[in-house]
Design a protein around this ligand. Structure first.
Ligand code: HAS
Length: 552
């Protein structure tokens, strides 16, 4: 089926996509509330009312899991299913049924894991690495979430291959291609955490084995964990490359560049996880250096993306008559929430990405590791760049899927969300970065430092974080209102799912970019190169049961 002939997500696929999106926004509301409680408690100005016995780490676990793992995974898979159906055509019944089985497994797993966290039997933070131990139901729940997510990737794989078969020799639709690559990335990275849970944490929690290798579980987690951040980022890049240009009235700057940047993410997302473990003994300095070097390669596709977005905006702004060096900037559609929110996300990624480069710079990592600077970094990246882009997408995707329209009033509320988020996050993230440089640890309730002089110095920054966090929570309430309106109450009608065309005169996309056998071999080679020796070293040298690490 030709790309141009499909304009809408097929109604049955829309239901599957929406099911995922509902869960995502419920997670946003509950996870956001937990985030608010957690910044308030840390400021020392607030205790949870009503004598509710719920500790700082438990709330932090709820916050991290609901927002970092549940909101993101459900939203991304819902969005990708919709994007594939929109650009490659309706899923077959078989493909859709596999997707539904995946969705229900994920819901079941989420319910199991959340119940254990709420019962305080899984207060292990979103990274859940040993020696913190959770109830086995928590690990089983997480396993179901991962297996379910794989089943939601299967229809995307099948549809991509079906399209290629039906359209021999043609370049696949860009959004379908991007969803395919991101699903491939997700399945490949989650294998690491699956091995850790199935062979170490779950049997340990069930009492089948008495000891686990802490360093091994952490290494497997971070093999997964850094690729995870690109699994979050790439759907935002899908919107930037293929959707935002249409919203601004422009064209995709280069189809080949967009695809090549996705391939670079596929290659370099995995052999870099050890940059999260630079302070850990038990991994040879040489391999840390290798993975730090490879981390600098994974920065390149983001720089390419920045270049491409600037080009798209400038070309469009000049087409609309913008003159001078920055005249084009004024011509962009600032009153359109579908553009403004992703744009604020892009702006946040400039300091967010720069912070990432600091983190990855071996020696500088010693200064910031385990400080709240890192929390500031990921609130700029995932909690601003990615999330604001997801909001911008939701503003057209939800009404498109439910047969309603984004009214001017809801669009205006969306603009307020963007402004509030920018203000709230600037206050919160800046104070996290600054106090992180002063040595304030992450994942710490300063009130438990019992009047220590240093902790007293950090408190004003913790209060600033609470102020920022409260503004963010107000924005979350408004977003929830907008989502409910768009799903159930906005006027019936047709909202466009915008997909941009490639600029005329762009070079033809080289066929090699779709040769996944070729790229697969390189991915496997890079993973084997970066991880074989460190894992052999760990297995050989670290006696099972070593628990000599702090749990973060
Ligand atoms: Fe990171 C820790 C390194 C990107 C998320 N990161 C984390 C953690 C999270 C996270 C969650 O090397 C904490 C994990 C934990 O709990 O322990 N990160 C990097 C590097 C990048 C990077 C090198 N991170 C991300 C993204 C995330 C994310 C993306 C989520 C989505 N990160 C690290 C390291 C650590 C780390 C270490 C461990 C620290 C430690 O010691 O614990 C790079 O990918 C960044 C490259 C990005 C750029 C920016 C490009 C800018 C763009 C915007 C252009 C703007 C435009 C606007 C077009 C180079 C694309 C137009 C403007 C006009 C004016 C017109």
């Amino acid at each position: 089926m030709q790309q141009a002939s499909i304009k809408n997500v097929a109604p049955k696929d829309a239901k599957l996509a929406m099911a995922n999106i509902y869960v995502a926004f419920i997670a946003l509301l509950l996870g956001g509330l937990a985030g608010l409680l957690q910044v308030l408690v840390r400021s020392g100005e607030f205790t949870i009312p009503g004598g509710i016995k719920i500790g700082y780490y438990q709330v932090l676990t709820v916050h991290g899991i609901l927002l970092g793992l549940i909101l993101t995974t459900f939203f991304i898979l819902g969005f990708q299913i919709a994007a594939v159906s929109r650009t490659a055509g309706p899923l077959t019944d078989k493909q859709r049924n596999i997707g539904w089985i995946g969705f229900w497994l994920m819901v079941l797993g989420t319910a199991m894991a959340s119940t254990m966290v709420l019962l305080n039997k899984a207060t292990v933070l979103y990274t859940f690495y040993a020696p913190l131990k959770a109830h086995w139901i928590f690990y089983l729940g997480l396993t179901l979430v991962v297996v379910g997510s794989w089943l939601l990737c299967v229809p995307q794989f099948m549809k991509y291959f079906q399209w290629k078969k039906e359209n021999p020799g043609q370049t696949s639709p860009l959004l379908t291609y991007m969803a395919f690559v991101n699903s491939l990335l997700w399945v490949t990275c989650s294998l690491g955490v699956a091995v850790s849970v199935l062979f170490q944490l779950l049997p340990w929690s069930l009492g089948l084995i008495t000891r686990v290798d802490v360093l091994l579980t952490r290494t497997l987690f971070w093999y997964f964990g850094h690729a995870l951040v690109y699994f979050w980022l790439l759907p935002a890049y899908m919107a930037w490359y293929a959707i935002v240009p249409k919203i601004v009235g422009g064209k995709i700057f280069s189809d080949s560049l967009a695809r090549f940047s996705f391939i670079l993410f596929l290659l370099f997302s995995f052999p870099v996880g050890i940059h999260h473990q630079l302070t850990e003994p038990g991994i040879d300095g040489f391999w840390k250096f290798v993975q730090v070097t490879l981390t600098f390669f994974v920065i390149i596709p983001s720089l390419m993306t920045a270049f491409s977005m600037f080009a798209t905006f400038e070309l469009r702004g000049r087409e609309l008559g913008g003159k001078g060096v920055l005249g084009w900037f004024k011509k962009l559609p600032w009153g359109d929430a579908r553009f403004l929110l992703p744009f604020i996300g892009m702006l946040a990624f400039i300091p967010g990405g720069a912070g990432g480069i600091v983190n990855a710079s071996y020696q500088m990592n010693q200064l910031i590791h385990n400080t709240i600077w890192v929390t500031g970094h990921f609130h700029l990246t995932v909690a601003t760049t990615v999330i604001l882009t997801f909001f911008g997408v939701a503003f057209f995707l939800i009404p498109h899927l439910t047969g309603r329209v984004l009214t001017p009033a809801l669009n205006k509320l969306g603009i307020y969300v963007g402004i509030l988020w920018a203000i709230g996050m600037s206050i919160m993230s800046l104070s996290m970065h600054v106090v992180g440089l002063m040595g304030a640890p992450r994942r710490s309730d300063y009130s438990t430092y019992g009047g220590a002089e240093q902790a007293a110095e950090w408190i004003p920054y913790a209060i600033a974080q609470a102020v920022g966090g409260t503004i963010l929570f107000v924005a979350i309430i408004i977003v929830t209102y907008i989502v409910i309106q768009l799903a159930f109450f906005a006027p019936k009608g047709h909202e466009e799912f915008p997909v941009a065309e490639v600029a005329p005169g762009a070079e033809k996309t080289p066929a090699i970019l779709e040769n996944f056998k070729f790229w697969g071999v390189i991915v496997a080679a890079l993973i084997i190169f970066a991880y074989t020796m460190p894992i052999i070293d760990i297995l050989r040298n670290s006696p099972l049961g070593s628990t000599g690490f702090t749990p973060w």
